[in-house]
Design a protein around this ligand. Structure first.
Ligand code: SAM
Ligand code: SF4
Length: 341
């Protein structure tokens, strides 16, 4: 939509306090906060081969991040925060950030979660739990060390140690696995068996066109139907009722719950309740949005909360329908590690 048309529509944007809503009627409850674009792994599905990190001066400082988080919680009805990246544990003040977010609970915040590659978790699990982190998603795309290495350029051992450390610290852990044809097809069943034995919730994620090195193609996507067909070789599978979560859940062998996030083959955009803030303070209404609203500029120029809130509401109001609209690569110089997955 052209900018002048947006301006006319902007006058009609409801500014009701306590709710962040888009024009499709979807209310936002979840905010993903990217703490950094930097990463200690190089997953081929997530970032270019030779990433250029953003200059540090462009990354939101802790107090800026916390001011925005507070605004989202107190003025916009955001109840769930997820810290992500890049790798959020590379941010030196990650524990302080969690502790300061924890203070927002009395203002309406219900959960503080994190998505991590797990490689540094053995060092951080105890302080994160003490600071108030509620739960963790850890990415693990293979159980075979060589395949894990091919996908991520990293070692699996620290990740497995990190998962153990997080559980020992009392943090609930879920495993995420991106399924990519030609890379980890043969890992899906062993991962499911391992996760069931370990009693770790597992979610398979369809490969999305956000990798930035041209690795994605429809042919590389192992769809939900194909994942289920593989699982049926070993497990009985029963679908569970759908909720607002991005994953569709299934019960395996009568007791183990496993999810599949099928953004590509079965987009769940109509129930999407999340928005994303990059490490540099750009607000994306959707993973597939071609444009964002810059909050850092106005923040550093002295904008008050009312002005920031108006900017946020406008950006979210114009949220697109979602992946349903795109069905392919999004043309923008930003891949998953910089967006915050
Ligand atoms: N470094 C952390 C990690 O790996 O969990 C957090 C950031 S990462 C971008 C967040 C999630 O996005 C991970 O679960 C990762 O597997 C997923 N992801 C990254 N690129 C993806 C893609 N092209 N398609 C599907 N999922 C992707
Ligand atoms: Fe790093 Fe996570 Fe992206 Fe892998 S998925 S490169 S661990 S940000």
């Amino acid at each position: 939509m052209a900018d002048d048309a947006k301006a006319v529509w902007a006058a009609a944007i409801p500014s009701r306090q306590g709710e962040l809503r888009d024009a499709h009627g979807r209310v936002k409850r979840k905010l993903r906060l990217s703490l950094t674009d930097r990463c200690n792994l190089r997953c081929l599905y997530c970032m270019p081969e030779h990433p250029e990190w953003l200059p540090k001066a462009q990354v939101l400082r802790r107090e800026e991040l916390l001011r925005l988080a507070r605004l989202f919680v107190t003025e916009m009805g955001i109840t769930h925060l997820r810290l992500t990246g890049g790798e959020p544990l590379l941010r030196r003040d990650v524990v302080e950030i969690v502790a300061e977010l924890d203070a927002l609970r009395s203002l309406g915040l219900r959960r503080i979660a994190m998505t991590s590659n797990g490689a540094l978790l053995d060092r951080f699990a105890v302080p994160l739990a003490a600071a108030g982190l509620d739960d963790l998603n850890v990415s693990l795309d293979a159980r075979t060390p060589e395949i894990f290495h091919t996908l991520t350029r990293g070692d699996i051992e620290p990740v497995l140690r990190g998962i153990d450390a997080a559980r020992a610290a009392g943090l609930p852990v879920k495993i995420n696995c991106v399924a990519i044809r030609g890379h980890n097809d043969a890992e899906l069943l062993p991962l499911a068996e391992w996760a069931r034995t370990e009693n770790l919730p597992l979610r398979f994620i369809e490969f999305m066109p956000l990798d930035g090195r041209g690795a994605w193609s429809p042919a590389r996507v192992i769809t939900e139907a194909e994942i289920l067909a593989q699982l049926r070789q070993r497990f009985s599978i029963e679908p569970l009722p759908r909720s607002n979560e991005p994953a569709t859940y299934y019960r395996l062998d009568g007791h183990y719950r496993l999810g599949v996030i099928s953004t590509v083959s079965k987009p769940f955009c109509s129930s999407c309740d999340r928005v994303r803030l990059t490490a540099t303070g750009e607000l994306y209404a959707c993973l597939f949005s071609p444009t964002a609203a810059d909050l850092r500029g106005p923040l550093r120029a002295g904008a008050d909360d009312a002005a920031l809130a108006a900017l946020i509401r406008r950006q979210i109001w114009f949220k697109e329908a979602g992946y349903i609209e795109h069905k392919g690569y999004v043309e923008r110089p930003l891949t998953m590690h910089a967006m915050g997955g």
